[in-house]
Write a protein that binds this ligand. Sequence first.
Ligand SMILES: NC(=O)c1ccc[n+]([C@@H]2O[C@H](COP(=O)([O-])OP(=O)(O)OC[C@H]3O[C@@H](n4cnc5c(N)ncnc54)[C@H](OP(=O)(O)O)[C@@H]3O)[C@@H](O)[C@H]2O)c1
Length: 334
Amino acid sequence: MNQRPHVAVVGATGAVGIEMIKTLEKRNFPVGKLTLLASARSVGKTLPFRGEPIAVKELTKDCFTGIDIALFSAGGGISKEFAPLAVKAGCVVVDNSSAFRMDDSVPLVVPEINADDVKKHKGIIANPNCTTAITLMALYPLHQAFGCKRIFASSYQAVSGTGAKAIIELERQVDQIVKGQPVTKEVYPHQIAFNVLPHVDSFLPSGYTKEEMKMEGEGRKIMHHPGFRASVTCVRVPVYRAHSVAVSAEFEKPVSVEAALEVLNRAPGLDVIDVPAKCEYPLPLHQAERYNCAVGRIRKDCALENGLCFWVSGDQLLKGAALNAVQIAEELLK
Ligand SMILES: NC(=O)c1ccc[n+]([C@@H]2O[C@H](COP(=O)([O-])OP(=O)(O)OC[C@H]3O[C@@H](n4cnc5c(N)ncnc54)[C@H](OP(=O)(O)O)[C@@H]3O)[C@@H](O)[C@H]2O)c1
């Protein structure tokens, strides 16, 4: 791999794309050249990188010539259509969508957990679902120490997880309510302002949503743990940025709070914030724009054998998307 690669961000104008550009800059990724790609609607816009305005170009079938690494975040349909073309042009694709995550020939990577899987790529590497990535940042170190059998979890997912339009929807609805105007809906099926929606992604015949089942499927692949089981309820909450997950985990081995804290305090990319007496625990408001995820409310589960409850919070635009993608690109240069 070229050590000063030509990098493309596909979906550069989106909620994740903008964070990818910022993350490449902040982490001093050795970008030789940056190409920003989006739909024809965005042609004419510029986005800043290292103090310079970069023009957004239209994503087309032949735009990948000369590009070494393409970070895709323009939705699954765009990834399915354009990622194979990018690979044909000699590019390595890091894909944020769900298009290739469960494909056996595509590594699915959280660098703190399975960085070595990057080496197995055949042109495409997948970035995991944001809620799964944030949960595993705390769960995987515990799994290594105590052997995780299964989890029961509920997520509290920020609107930016749905993209830039959903941030505008929450702002608009709050403004409408404050002004006593009728509330309008464009993104979610119900009002999201001052409400919570037990509905993220589309429903499956089982009654779970696709998002809810990603925890088990993607968790098994990332942790190399085919027996892992997860029963999850995903909930959208009126938070701008950073997802939180309440987890009850059951382990093979006995687990104590002290032993769990020892493990979690050593875990990479994770902060422990757990002083309930001082009202100190992870909050999405504080995790927004931070690279590390945070875990707290750690306690023995009173209803499970060898069970532990915890609350993990992390910026899903970063660890759940842009940061994780740039970390994968960093692995490619090693
Ligand atoms: N948001 C998150 O927290 C998060 C986390 C993990 C993964 N992801 C995944 O990342 C992807 C992007 O999510 P997002 O939240 O950033 O969405 P978003 O804010 O809606 O942005 C979508 C991006 O895709 C571009 N795009 C849409 N249609 C296109 C087309 N026909 N040709 C070229 N570009 C097109 C848009 O360009 P225009 O501005 O020109 O329309 C925009 O740059 C999705 O696959 C999502 O599942 C998101």
